[in-house]
Ligand binder design. Structure first.
Ligand code: ADP
Ligand code: MG
Length: 210
């Protein structure tokens, strides 16, 4: 099985649903160690992505991701807007104008997204940011793709599970990047909101392929 533009549109639609459903939860996470805007920012951003998809339906997965990148950059704001914008843009560039995405290309796109976040935000693993969800996700995707099962769903499920575990693992960490780092030791004991929203995005990717 390969992923196509129908999958990409379903993924983004499921992202929008997830952000609406988890809006309050993301607001609460950001209230604890930030400025309470993450849930609102992500919900607004992905609703705008839905509007754009309806206005100008993309023809390839790469085009869908590029539209998403541009929309998130202009609508999400805060730290997360440019970070997610860069992630989706790098993934889009990696996929180019291919009509279909196989497991190796999928793993490559996830790694490109992770690398974009790191290039933009300069966070390392353990800094209590969305990188702590994306790095294990990209690594898990790579491991499954390299196993050669030829199964895009297995790649996405592995990425989603690793992102979820990575988000949970931010709970005890002290933030070293972003707004939460202003709290120092007081940031420990709370989940990073960007790692939580990243896990939702990757879970939606798996859900759309199921
Ligand atoms: P802001 O902090 O500007 O209010 P958001 O609340 O939308 O922005 O997003 C906060 C999230 O952004 C954090 O939870 C964290 O995951 C992520 N983040 C912040 N700074 C960085 C960075 N330098 N690198 C990676 N991720 C970051
Ligand atoms: Mg915030």
């Amino acid at each position: 099985m390969m992923l196509d533009v129908k999958w990409a549109v379903k993924w983004l639609t499921m992202c929008a649903q997830a952000m609406a459903e988890h809006r309050v939860e993301l607001i609460e996470l950001d209230r604890a160690i930030g400025d309470s805007d993450h849930g609102e920012n992500m919900d607004r951003g992905f609703q705008a992505v839905l509007d754009k998809l309806a206005e100008a339906p993309p023809e390839t997965p790469g085009a869908a991701l590029k539209l998403t990148a541009m929309t998130l950059m202009s609508k999400v704001g805060g730290a997360a807007g440019p970070l997610y914008g860069t992630a989706f843009l790098r993934a889009s560039t990696f996929l180019g104008d291919a009509a279909e995405v196989d497991p190796a290309a999928l793993a490559g796109a996830l790694l490109a997204a992770r690398d974009g976040i790191v290039a933009r935000g300069k966070a390392e693993s353990g800094d209590k940011t969305m990188v702590d969800a994306w790095t294990p996700a990209a690594e898990a995707a790579q491991a499954v793709a390299a196993g050669g099962s030829g199964n895009v769903l297995a790649v996405l499920v592995a990425a989603a599970e690793a992102a979820e575990a990575g988000a949970v693992a931010t709970d005890p960490l002290v933030a070293r990047k972003g707004r939460a780092s202003y709290l120092g030791e007081r940031s420990a004991g709370h989940r990073d909101p960007g790692a939580a929203s990243s896990a939702l995005i990757l879970r939606a990717a798996a859900g759309a392929a199921a």
